[in-house]
Ligand binder design. Structure first.
Ligand SMILES: [Zn+2]
Length: 166
């Protein structure tokens, strides 16, 4: 999926932003926030450096339905990922541990529980990339001049605007 670099609030062609179909009928107003990398180090305070942008996207009916389905699908996948970790603790770990030498039992047992936090980060990233982003348009950057990099825009929309990223 190519990226589209476009000015905040730009008027997009009435072509489905996801599949490129001409004469898309569903309009969707979407607000984006982007926090520069360095501002993320400030935690919650970083919010004052958030850059905002909004667009009216055009979508065909099927792509509009998929867009609405993106958030619940992401939540369900995330919960399944947590369930998989719990199932590992309940069913896989007790089965594996007796086969390990004593010294390793503790390392593997404790390591599995400590790995829960990084697992949440990995899971969150995987859900975004594999489940959510294919269904929606997401923001990859907003520079200080208000130029917005959008990810997941159909090539025909990029071609019509003629402002794709190199
Ligand atoms: Zn479409």
């Amino acid at each position: 999926m190519p990226e589209l670099v476009v000015r905040d609030n730009a008027t997009l062609p009435t072509r489905c932003v996801k599949c490129g179909m001409a004469d898309a009928r569903e309009a969707l107003l979407e607000d984006f926030r982007y926090r520069p990398l360095w501002a993320r180090l400030l935690g919650r305070l970083g919010a004052i450096f958030d850059r905002k942008a909004s667009f009216c996207f055009w979508l065909c009916k099927p792509c509009d339905a998929k867009w609405k389905y993106a958030t619940p699908a992401s939540i369900v996948t995330f919960l399944l990922g947590i369930a998989a970790w719990l199932a590992g603790a309940r069913y896989v770990l007790p089965w594996v541990l007796p086969f390990l030498p004593d010294a390793l039992t503790w390392v593997v047992g404790i390591g599995y529980f400590v790995a829960f936090v990084p697992w949440l980060y990995v899971l969150d990233f995987m859900v975004d990339v594999l489940v959510k982003e294919p269904l929606v348009v997401s923001v990859r950057g907003i520079d200080k001049n208000g130029m917005v990099t959008l990810h997941g825009v159909h090539p025909s929309v990029v071609a019509e605007l003629g402002t794709g990223a190199p």
